[in-house]
Design a protein around this ligand. Structure first.
Ligand SMILES: [Fe+2]
Length: 349
């Protein structure tokens, strides 16, 4: 397989770093090879029969709630056609994440107290997690995947609350699904992707993202975007996932999707750190870098870390997914919170 860098940033979620300066001729050749690889990969994914479609209830729920005058009774009636969905939405509504003081006992009440938009995101979350579970593969430690994805989703939702409150629910969904492309590529192209995805694990090197470009011509962010488009999710969520590993200069203009991409990028960096780093100093440095990506003060992170581990476990229980247990996560969270709360000067480098 060729190992040439991707340089066409207009169509990619991140760029591979140039190992050395290429001559114009070498660069053109590299671009051509990379585009061929990209086309090949995208075609293979599209042809694959292993990508499930979204159930009618989820699609219809999304369409109905686009209408600002959506009829609550009709929505409750629609959700009632899936025996499991009401119970899951109620469990999620009553979880500590939403901080409701009243017990929610009906879908109607959930919509009144949380708002239709948030209930719609809960419905989507339930189905999206179910669909992701259907695609799991032995190549990936799925418990690690869920711990990292749930941490990314919850942190992203909290950052969006500060930066762009109207995008809070989209940030959660986008954070939860951003790495779906890893599962899809592992499932659809196991022989080619196996050596790359071997680094999607605790303490794996970040080179795997560059290896995706060099071998597949695309990043997992682009594959996630492809699937989310098929599932008719909003364009901003699709773009947020596509660019979640992009460096600042490679992001498109300050669109809703670019804002989400920055938020998910920060959430993803910090989630990875919290899921696996054992050295508090290293973890702190990485967290500060993540917060700089969204231009937020570290005090926002200190607040976001409060109760995070419990929220991950609660959400995992509600969604019926297993997460890797980790005492390290708790230790690092506490150390970071104490360091930041104590006003210790923090800097990168
Ligand atoms: Fe990712």
């Amino acid at each position: 397989m060729p190992t040439l860098p991707c340089t066409d940033k207009s169509v990619r979620g991140t760029r591979s770093p140039s190992a050395h300066a290429y001559s114009p001729c070498e660069k053109r050749l590299a671009d051509q090879v990379n585009i061929m690889l990209q086309v090949e990969t995208l075609e293979a994914i599209k042809r694959s029969a292993s990508i499930p479609s979204m159930p009618m209830v989820a699609t219809r729920c999304y369409e109905m709630t686009q209408d600002p005058h959506c009829d609550l009774n009709k929505l409750v009636e629609l959700l009632g056609t899936d025996p499991g969905i009401a119970a899951v939405v109620l469990r999620l509504s009553n979880s500590s994440l939403f901080g409701l003081t009243r017990q929610v006992s009906s879908l109607h009440q959930a919509m009144t107290l949380l708002g239709i938009k948030r209930v719609r995101e809960l419905v989507l979350t339930r189905y999206l997690v179910q669909k992701t579970q259907e695609m799991t593969t032995d190549l990936i430690d799925i418990n690690y995947y869920w711990r990292r994805s749930l941490a990314t989703a919850i942190l992203s939702g909290k950052f969006a609350d500060v930066l762009s409150p109207t995008q809070r629910d989209e940030a959660f969904i986008c954070g939860l699904l951003a790495d779906l492309g890893v599962i899809v590529m592992a499932r659809c192209m196991p022989q080619v992707y196996a050596p790359i995805v071997a680094n999607y694990r605790p303490h794996g090197t970040e080179d795997w993202i560059h290896a995706e470009y060099n071998v597949m011509g695309v990043s997992h962010g682009e594959i996630t975007a492809l699937i989310l488009e098929q599932w008719n999710l909003p364009a901003s969520v699709v773009e947020g996932a596509r660019y979640h590993h992009a460096s600042h200069g490679d992001l498109p203009a300050n669109s809703a999707g670019a804002r989400l991409a920055r938020i998910i990028g920060a959430g993803s960096i910090i989630a990875k750190t919290l899921c696996e780093t054992m050295d508090p100093e290293v973890a702190l440095k990485s967290c500060i870098e993540g917060m700089e990506r969204v231009n937020l003060d570290v005090s926002v992170l200190a607040k976001a870390l409060d109760g995070l581990e419990q929220q991950i476990e609660d959400m995992a229980n509600l969604l019926q997914v297993e997460v890797l247990s980790s005492r390290i996560f708790s230790v690092i969270s506490k150390l970071l919170t104490q360091t930041i709360d104590a006003g210790t000067p923090v800097s990168v480098g």
